[in-house]
Design a protein around this ligand. Structure first.
Ligand code: FAD
Length: 387
């Protein structure tokens, strides 16, 4: 494995690597070919407590900071796995932790920490609104002690491997609110019960082995106690969770980036064409060196975001910039890796094409690169709002 500077998280790195080593490349390759869910891998991570890193001790988690949590995600991807199968379990509960009532936290968090319940899904995106979340049409109308949900979501991940979903819906129509970000609320949805009473799940076949779905709601009834926080404040609650999510995804991209650099440097040293290793050519060396430099820079920004987050300081700019840099760097590394493997980069048995597909996602989801640029331009640099 590529040598990188040791840091204070070496114990976590060693332990996660040891667990990941029990699930070698053949395992992930087979799961990808079968378009299956890496159940055994996710179960092992859960049982070892890694996915409960951010849940406080009081609720049965390990109470670690975002820096430690990000190292866990990084190591999963660096070992050749894909944290995308389970990262929701680590960060979705943050909404509940920050905005749930004490009774809700007591009810959900210990079972999420133990893995008895999975809260791996978050339903925000809709087909007609896209990134413009304030235009969502899914509605939640209060009737007695219940909310009745109607509408549609798209690209909602891990629904089939989750017990609960956090759902964003409009409780006040857009036309009736003073501010477009007001009037949305979040709910805990019991997914198995919902499937029996008004929610239809339609899987979306896609480029990555990523379980994601269209959801249709027709008069789905949710008990009022499943509302998190105050009615109408849901958009703000979702935004509150984004910094952790972006930083963790940045760490996954950094893990991918190191994996690609590791593979391509090894291959470029070994593969002899025209009587010398291909890595002796500067046309091969430079793209690899360039993406390595970018990964290292992204890594610094990731730890800066973690440091601020863990100190409860504002970190929106750093979390967004870390995600931007890391997703771009891992993609550049992936491109160099597949390019310099020549034809073999396309063979399943080298795993390069699988990781290439997996890392490409992160320039689009959970937030696209353009929207990060827009955030930095407008919120950090004070340029005029474009939307
Ligand atoms: C595999 C996968 C899993 C996902 N999982 C989830 C999930 O679990 N839950 C969930 O809620 N969502 C999920 N998503 C949705 C994801 O968050 C969105 O796809 C993403 O935010 C982009 O939204 P969109 O697809 O609607 O693109 P659009 O909003 O339609 O945008 C299309 C393109 O136009 C660009 N664009 C749009 N507006 C502007 C602008 N003003 N300036 C410049 N460029 C602009 C965007 O950057 C983007 O590249 C997932 C998506 C995928 C592909």
């Amino acid at each position: 494995m590529l040598k990188t500077a040791t840091d204070k998280y070496q114990d976590i790195r060693d332990a996660v690597r040891a667990l990941c080593a029990e699930f070698p490349a053949e395992y992930h390759r087979k799961i990808d070919a079968q378009r299956a869910y890496p159940k055994e891998f996710v179960d092992a991570l859960t049982q070892a407590g890694w996915l409960a890193a951010l849940i406080p001790h009081d609720y049965g988690g390990s109470g670690l900071g975002l820096a430690e949590a990000s190292v866990i995600m990084e190591e999963i991807n660096r070992s050749g796995g894909n944290a995308g199968a389970c990262h929701g379990q680590m960060y979705n509960m943050g909404t509940l932790l920050r905005h749930g009532s004490s009774a809700q936290k007591q009810h959900y968090l210990p079972k999420i920490a133990s893995g008895e319940w999975r809260l791996q899904s978050m339903g925000v995106t809709e087909p007609s609104s896209g990134t413009d979340t304030t235009k969502i049409k899914t509605s939640a109308v209060k009737k007695g002690d219940r909310y009745v949900i109607n509408g549609q979501k798209v690209w909602i991940s891990r629904v089939q491997h989750s017990d609960w979903m956090i759902l964003l819906a409009r409780t006040t129509p857009l036309a009736e609110v003073k501010k477009k970000t007001a009037g949305m609320s979040i709910f805990m949805v019991d997914l198995r019960q919902a499937e029996r009473s008004g929610m239809t799940v339609r899987p979306i076949a896609n480029m990555v082995n990523h379980e994601t779905n269209e959801l249709f709601f027709e008069n789905l009834e949710i008990p009022e106690e499943n509302l998190i926080g105050q009615e109408g404040e849901g958009f703000r609650y979702i935004l509150d969770g984004l910094n952790a999510e972006r930083t963790l995804i940045a760490a996954e991209c950094i893990g991918d980036g190191y994996w690609f650099i590791d593979r391509v440097t090894k291959y470029a040293n070994e593969r002899v064409v025209f009587g010398r290793p291909i890595g002796q050519n500067q046309g091969v060396q430079f793209p690899i060196a360039e993406s390595y430099i970018e990964i290292e820079a992204a890594n610094l920004m990731r730890f800066r975001a973690c440091e601020l987050f863990d100190a409860k300081q504002p970190c929106g700019a750093q979390a967004n910039m870390a995600k931007y840099l890391a997703a771009k760097a891992s993609w550049e590394a992936a491109n160099a890796c597949i390019q310099f493997h020549g034809g073999f980069g396309f063979a399943h048995e080298y795993d390069v094409e699988r990781k290439f597909r997996e890392t490409r996602l992160y320039q689009v989801a959970p937030i696209s690169t353009n929207l990060i640029l827009s955030y930095v331009a407008e919120h950090v640099l004070g340029l005029p709002r474009s939307f």
